[in-house]
Design a protein around this ligand. Structure first.
Ligand code: SAH
Ligand code: SF4
Length: 332
């Protein structure tokens, strides 16, 4: 789906016509040009022959809570996964993928184990949100938030990621405010620096997962390029320039990063900063396991006692392998 093509197809048409056609795609969320009944028959025929609205996808619905996962097949046959989480407070958050696979190879992550195949285009990112808007429309709802926390490292596909945000922010597309978008990075410092310069107020999340360099390098190879000190210098700069709160993601992994020693180190990292820790319990894989609930509670209690701001991430979509780090499709 190349949205730029629309202007080319309608090059000679008046501009209100182009706007009308785009409204059908992004507002009326039609899935077939035959639904665009206020367009002339000829125009519908032209659009059907030149611009397919079809998104090849396979849907799984979670029983345990309101999570939907879509496996999307891209035009070149690569497959990506994207997840919708319906929160109790009414937010409908889409977790989009930004790449097919990921080059950063974090030791605990299913996507990282795939390796890297290619970047997604901005259109392919937008398409993931479009697909869920089509679904939600049937329930009288819409996507309210977009988080770049699916497959891939968004900061290594920076331009397409930012372009997709600009596009979805447009009032003629989804009109989603800048603050409704969050980019999560494993610690690509040059990406954080670019984000600091963005005029749009996009939220930043950083995957920490290990509060000392030795452990972090073992789990996340990116730490060799940018260690915790360099990473937190960039985070400090982001906070100083934007005055926006940063989310530090910390996934608790059994016997790896779940002791009180790590809790104390994490507290030091987060100390006196405009940030909060998002605790996640690890979603089991072949390689690692989540800690017991008693150990999770001990860790959380420590943060609480030392007044470190934190939240627990609600677990979504376990039964359909849609939870963090479980997205791992690449090709048919
Ligand atoms: N590449 C970016 C965006 C992906 S976000 C990043 O790493 O931040 C996906 C989040 O889920 C990251 O915080 C990642 O570290 C975490 N994650 C990976 N595998 C996981 C697992 N099995 N259980 C819980 N979280 C996991
Ligand atoms: Fe890539 Fe993020 Fe997974 Fe690391 S955690 S391998 S950066 S997707």
């Amino acid at each position: 789906m190349d949205f730029k093509k629309i202007d080319k197809i309608l090059e000679t048409a008046p501009s209100f016509r182009r706007a009308q056609v785009k409204r059908f795609i992004f507002k009326n969320l039609i899935e077939d040009w035959e639904e665009a009944t206020s367009l002339s028959k000829d125009l519908r025929a032209l659009m059907s022959s030149k611009f397919s609205l079809n998104i090849e996808h396979q849907r799984s619905e979670s029983k345990e809570n309101n999570t939907t996962k879509e496996l999307i097949t891209l035009e070149d046959g690569f497959q990506i996964e994207t997840v919708l989480m319906r929160h109790e407070d009414g937010r409908n958050t889409v977790c989009v993928s930004s790449q097919v696979g990921c080059a950063l190879g974090c030791d605990f992550c299913a996507t990282g184990k795939l390796g890297f195949f290619r970047n997604l285009t901005a259109n392919e990112i937008v398409m993931q949100v479009l697909l869920f808007n089509r679904l939600l429309k049937k329930e009288g709802k819409q996507v309210t938030n977009v988080v770049y926390m699916g497959m891939g490292e968004p900061m290594l596909n920076y331009e397409n990621v930012i372009n997709s945000i600009h596009f979805m922010n447009n009032k003629d597309v989804f009109g989603l405010g800048a603050r409704k978008f969050s980019i999560s990075t494993a610690g690509v410092v040059e990406g954080i620096k670019k984000l600091i310069k963005e005029p749009m107020e996009i939220n930043l999340a950083v995957s920490i997962h290990a509060p000392n360099d030795k452990l972090r390098t073992a789990l996340m190879p990116i730490n060799k390029k940018w260690n915790l000190k360099q990473l937190f210098t960039a985070i400090d700069e982001y906070i100083a320039k934007t005055n926006r709160r940063v989310m530090l993601e910390y996934t608790l992994i059994k016997n790896v990063n779940d002791s009180l020693i790590e809790a104390a180190q994490l507290k030091e990292l987060a100390r006196n900063k405009l940030c909060f820790i998002n605790l996640i319990t690890y979603n089991k894989t072949k390689f690692y396991a989540p800690p017991s609930s008693a150990v999770v509670k001990r860790f959380a209690d420590y943060l609480e006692k030392h007044r470190v701001a934190f939240t627990f991430r609600q677990r979504f979509g376990h039964d359909i392998a849609a939870a963090c780090g479980q997205l791992a499709r690449k090709k048919k």
